[in-house]
Design a protein around this ligand. Structure first.
Ligand code: PGA
Length: 251
């Protein structure tokens, strides 16, 4: 299975000019056989798309989406709108959205709406903290199961699960997640997916890791963490850092 690298720009950069310059620089620096998804803020998607070279290996992703197809929903973006902008992926259930009230139920509605339009879903799951009693495993299990409720087995090929322990994300991360713990969770998630579908289907879903990914830890996370790719936040805002990670994995 070809690895995948996803860049989540979050609410950055602060101008469309910077967004265009960032994506052009990344595009120039990366090898053509990469499998890369960039998720800019909605408002930059058109400009970022326009800045990609003809042979670019970068695909477009969104950081969220609404679950209705249109109507009186001020400020929201529908899956069909994303599709019309060539967006192939959408991150759903990022912890920064969950922290602002997004429930597993809303995550599930968004996932189903996106799949209906043929947009692939990057479902983010992860615990806020690790407790001694293993309650965090229950939380991850719920996020996977409830997020995928009603999703047909046929659609599992359009799902990527990103394990993102909340305590390892962002500049205030308490520490990095050990690759052996990443491996444990990736096996745990695979088992849930197998139970929800079949052995063959469950094992074919890509599991990726996100949380303070950088050039130094990326190779180890991929080789010892047993994941099929990475989701980078801060590192994706620096063309050199992000392209170095990509080139390391796709050289
Ligand atoms: P980070 O963000 O790489 O800056 O820790 C990761 C994420 O939130 O997806």
């Amino acid at each position: 299975m070809k690895k995948i690298i996803i860049g989540n720009w979050k609410m950055n950069p602060s101008s469309v000019k910077e967004a265009v310059s960032l994506v052009s620089n990344i595009d120039k620096k990366i090898s053509s056989n990469g499998n890369v998804v960039l998720c800019p803020p909605f408002i930059y998607i058109g400009a970022v798309r326009g800045a990609l070279s003809k042979k670019s290996s970068i695909k477009l992703g969104a950081q969220d989406c609404f679950y209705e197809e249109g109507g009186s929903f001020t400020g929201e973006i529908a899956p069909s709108m994303l599709k019309s902008m060539d967006v192939k992926y959408a991150i759903i259930g990022h912890s920064e959205r969950r922290a602002r009230g997004e429930s597993n139920d809303i995550v599930n509605k968004k996932i189903r709406a996106l799949l209906k339009k043929g947009i692939k879903v990057i479902l983010c799951v992860g615990e806020e903290e690790r407790d001694e009693t293993g309650l965090y495993l229950k939380r991850i299990e719920e996020q996977v199961k409830e997020g995928l409720r009603g999703v047909s087995k046929n659609n599992f090929k359009n799902i990527i699960v990103a394990y993102e322990p909340v305590w390892a994300i962002g500049s205030d991360a308490s520490k990095n997640c050990d690759p052996k713990d990443i491996k444990e969770i990736s096996i745990f998630i695979k088992k849930i997916l197998v139970d929800l579908s079949s052995r063959e289907i469950g094992l074919s879903v890509q599991i990726i890791y996100g949380g303070s990914v950088d050039v130094k830890n990326a190779p180890e996370i991929v080789s010892n963490g047993g994941v099929d790719g990475l989701l980078a936040g801060r590192a994706s805002l620096d063309a050199k850092k992000f392209s170095d990670i990509i080139n390391l994995l796709f050289s």
